[in-house]
Design a protein around this ligand. Structure first.
Ligand code: MG
Length: 314
């Protein structure tokens, strides 16, 4: 399979952890119900491709996300590979109870950087969301779990416009101060641009404990990722095949595709531990299961049936 030419850029991290969200953030927005066996195979393929952190599913109320209503069954049958983390999204204490029942060792909570999205996505205010998170994180830490925090709408909000950077930092710091080991800065509607990324990381005082979660809605996900790397961020969320988005946010399509990210990182000489060919094969397989082509540019360029240099001759 074709590989990117490797030309390193000085000042970038040597290695980046790709936090794979396809089985959760990717599948949760898919209209076709995916059988639990296919989800388990998807996760197994991701681990075989070299992923060391795969967000497996979600314990939100099944009525909210019918696609992930099989979370317990999936976890019960999951063939866990040693050294691979399988975090699960947990919204509240009931979700934490279920995660604990199923031997989950890492959870992720999700907060909002804006008032309107806190109301729409969490049925809380910007302030009262913490009343929901505090007992979840405290109890999870008490059980020895690791807790990641997502923060949505870090760049802009479709109802409120640009999100003030100081507000993002204030909410994000409170999530970290609860004891979360990592804060994933989400550009839920994909409106961010690179200078905004740089300014936001700087406003946090640097990249420590920050991850980034970009959406490609406006075609900015990769360039925003590069800005984050230049600012020192070493954890990047991505979804194999570019599937998914957010079902509760207007026009929040287009998770950054893992393959597109890996093509750029390997081209930059940044190690990921991931095998691009295996990822493309997995996305091609999954696209057939979902009944639609992968939105990933790299999957389309390298996917099954492509002659090696066909696009050059056309
Ligand atoms: Mg996403």
């Amino acid at each position: 399979m074709r590989e990117p030419y490797r030309v390193a850029e000085a000042g970038l991290p040597e290695r980046v952890t790709v936090y794979e969200v396809g089985p959760r953030d990717g599948l949760q927005n898919e209209p076709v119900m995916v059988p639990v066996e296919i989800k388990a195979e998807f996760i197994a393929r991701l681990a075989a491709a070299g992923h060391r952190v795969i967000e497996a599913t979600s314990f939100v109320r099944p009525g909210w996300v019918p696609q992930l209503a099989d979370a317990a069954e999936l976890l019960a049958g999951l063939d866990r590979v040693p050294g691979v983390r399988y975090p699960v999204l947990v919204p509240n204490e009931r979700g934490l109870d279920r995660a604990l029942e199923h031997g989950v060792q890492e959870i992720a909570i999700f907060g909002s950087a804006t008032e309107t999205f806190a109301g729409r996505n969490l049925n809380r205010t910007l302030e009262s969301q913490f009343e929901m998170f505090e007992p979840v994180v405290a109890r999870a830490l008490g059980h020895g779990l690791r807790v990641r925090a997502y923060l949505s709408m870090c760049f802009g909000d479709p109802w409120e416009g640009p999100t003030p950077i100081g507000q993002v930092v204030a909410v994000g710091r409170r999530l970290l101060d609860l004891g979360c080991f990592e804060l994933s800065l989400g550009d839920t509607t994909g409106v961010g641009t690179p200078g905004h990324v740089t300014a936001l990381v700087e406003a946090f005082g640097g990249p420590s404990r920050l991850a980034v979660h970009f959406h490609d809605t406006y075609g900015q996900a990769l360039v925003n990722t590069l800005a984050a790397l230049r600012a020192g961020v070493t954890v990047v969320d991505a979804s194999t095949g570019g599937i998914g988005g957010c079902p509760y946010a207007e026009s929040a399509t287009g998770n950054l595709a893992t393959e597109d990210l890996v093509w750029m990182l390997h081209g930059l000489g940044v190690e990921t531990g991931l095998d691009l060919e295996s990822l493309v094969e997995t996305s091609t397989w999954l696209a057939a299961e979902l009944g639609r082509p992968s939105p990933s540019r790299v999957v389309r360029a390298l996917g099954a049936g492509r002659a090696p240099d066909r696009h050059v001759k056309e």
